[in-house]
Design a protein. Sequence first.
Length: 422
Amino acid sequence: MNLATEQRIALISVHGDPAIEIGKEEAGGQNVYVRHVGEALAELGWQVDMFTRKVDVEQEDIVWHSPNCRTIRLKAGNVDFVPRDNLFEHLPEFVDNFLKFQQDNETIYSLIHTNYWLSSWVGMQLRQKQGSHIVHTYHSLGAVKYNTVKTVPLVASTRLITEKQILETAQRIVATSPQEQEHMRTLVSTKGYIDVIPCGTDIERFGCVDRKTARNELGINSETKLVLYVGRFDQRKGIETLVRAVGQSKLFGREDFKLMICGGSRPGHSDGDECERIKKIVAELGMTQMTEFPGRISQEDLPFYYGAADVCVVPSHYEPFGLVAIEAMASFTPVVASDVGGLQFTVVNEETGLLAPPQDVPAFANAIDRILLDAQWGEELGQAARKRVENKFSWDGVAMQLGELYKKLSPQSVKQPMVVNS
Ligand code: UDP
């Protein structure tokens, strides 16, 4: 076996396509994670194939990111967008097409890193059929999520069972924060092997634009106090809390006070509905003038937004990690975040930003004001935030840790898989 073959890995992300635009419905942190982990592993000499589900006939079947790293799109159900809660029934076809791809390309992936519970189910099938070693990252835990939503989807019990099985049987689980690990142990199972390896961010991209340049580019003057949100439109992201908190701020009513809510939404989809709901609240509170909705911002343009902001707010009801927080921190911008999950790990309260209880409007208003009303302190928090990201959350560092983990697991020879004729 040559080095390239030995260091080959399949990343599976059924619903989170690493090659598509980020920031729209269902495209968020997982897509960014898989893409960056894949690219950084390829830089380290790994041959990386990232498998996802094709959702549009216009999409290429294979997208090359670098000579050693590509996204491969497999058919599973109709080639159309399907909300993740309805994807389970299409997974057997995903498995069949994965096996077929292996056969057509005369290869077998002995090491597979799966992302989100749907992919973990695929991984468990591949483990059964061909003995692949499985590493899994949850990205979200059903046991936590279902505690924070009013209506539980039909697929909930299947998800909870699958999440327990993968924890107990995978070669390794990657928790992205100690808080996530704790939840796995208390809410899912005491069995199984967990390593904590955080998510990362591009520390060269985020932090490359100084405030003056960023503000010039966005047409924001130097006196403006700018509060920023970046992320998907989803009720659990807590945008309502942020809007109401800004409405209660001591600065409310000042002409140079601005709120920017960045993220894509599509009319007729759930994110479009949430966007409309938020816009209505903004109007009711008399905030239309001061609030901008610039839509989905590309990763290339985001450094300007983070760089221009005085504070970035992550008001999620729950967040297993929360990439936006470390992107803002890498951009020297302090963060006000909900005191939950991975945000308790990334944001150090009173040092790199402030934590507030989720959905607590007055607490968020107070935290935002403390930073906006003390520019010097805001600057210090931003400097400390950048340092923390450099030390702990670069993609290169994360990929290095994952690479070490994969090597430690050193897959044994695998079985010949059963291939379904199509
Ligand atoms: N994002 C983006 N453009 C937008 C909104 C979001 O590129 O307009 C990206 C953002 O930079 C981050 C990801 O989407 O990398 C969101 O990840 P996070 O972990 O914060 O939340 P998730 O979407 O996974 O719940």
